[in-house]
Design a protein around this ligand. Structure first.
Ligand code: SAM
Length: 241
């Protein structure tokens, strides 16, 4: 079973992707700069005033980054291996709102509503379940490939990196973010990078991509009212050569 297929994680990710700052972090002095990561991983890494053709959002989860990509890309494909994440993303593609529950503590939860960004273009998006390591050969290539916090969730990350040059058009952009959290439950240790994740990415991608930029990007996932995951993803933006 996909570890992301649980009601708890579905609710957590709907809040992570669509919750307002007040819904996620009602405490003054909390790490506010870490909010809104699924929007920022797109808009802070690419010039959204330039129109582009096809975008692929790999590991799209419940879809927020795909909605952001639809603002400036005429076609967006969002792919995730979790059927329930894709079902929620597809629900929001068809309808503007989706009710979900935010865990407060123990058995106590509150109903909230996830709202699709009004400025997005849902008719440009297609959500699909799929495996980033076994993508359909007919998927074609893309002007933008966004894969946020996916690479260290894959059993064979090297295989994923080797496929990227075939998925991105010449001059197209690749946006990768990773918290470099290598875990045996997702990737067996013999498949972890032997060097720091960024060096490993650079070594694997440099023949086909030029590195344009790197950036530290904080993110915040609320587990319950008094427990959060704060992480610092390393973002890198690459141009296909
Ligand atoms: C850490 S989450 C990141 C989700 C989203 N990009 C974000 O930034 O919120 C990793 C996502 O990758 C998905 N995933 C894991 N393995 C995958 C695979 N082999 N192919 C496609 N998606 C996968 C999970 O279901 C989950 O939605």
């Amino acid at each position: 079973m996909n570890p992301y297929d649980s009601q708890e994680l579905l609710d957590q990710y709907l809040l992570f992707h669509y919750g307002s700052p007040e819904e996620i972090l009602p405490y003054p002095g909390g790490p506010g700069s870490a909010l809104d990561f699924p929007r920022r991983s797109v808009v802070e890494n690419i010039d959204t005033t330039v129109s582009r053709r096809r975008a692929l959002d790999l590991g799209c989860a419940v879809g927020r980054s795909s909605f952001e990509l639809s603002v400036f890309c005429s076609e967006v494909v969002g792919i995730d291996s979790s059927e329930q994440f894709v079902a929620a993303a597809e629900y929001l593609r068809k309808r503007p709102e989706l009710a979900y529950r935010r865990l407060e503590e123990g058995v106590i939860s509150t109903e909230l509503v996830a709202r699709r960004p009004e400025y997005s273009n849902p008719e440009r998006i297609r959500f699909e379940t799929g495996d980033a390591l076994n993508l359909d050969e007919g998927l074609g290539d893309f002007d933008v490939l966004h894969a946020a916090n996916l690479v260290c969730r894959l059993p064979e990350p090297e295989k994923f990196l080797a496929r990227l040059k075939y998925l991105v058009t010449v001059n197209g952009l690749l946006i990768l973010t990773t918290p470099c959290t290598w875990l045996g439950e997702f990737t067996r240790p013999s498949n972890w990078p032997a060097e720091a994740t960024h060096e490993w990415l650079a070594n694997r991608l440099s023949g086909s991509f030029n590195l344009l930029n790197t950036k530290d990007m904080p993110f915040l996932i609320r587990e319950h009212a008094r427990k959060y995951q704060w992480g610092m993803a390393q973002a890198s933006v690459w141009r296909r050569i």
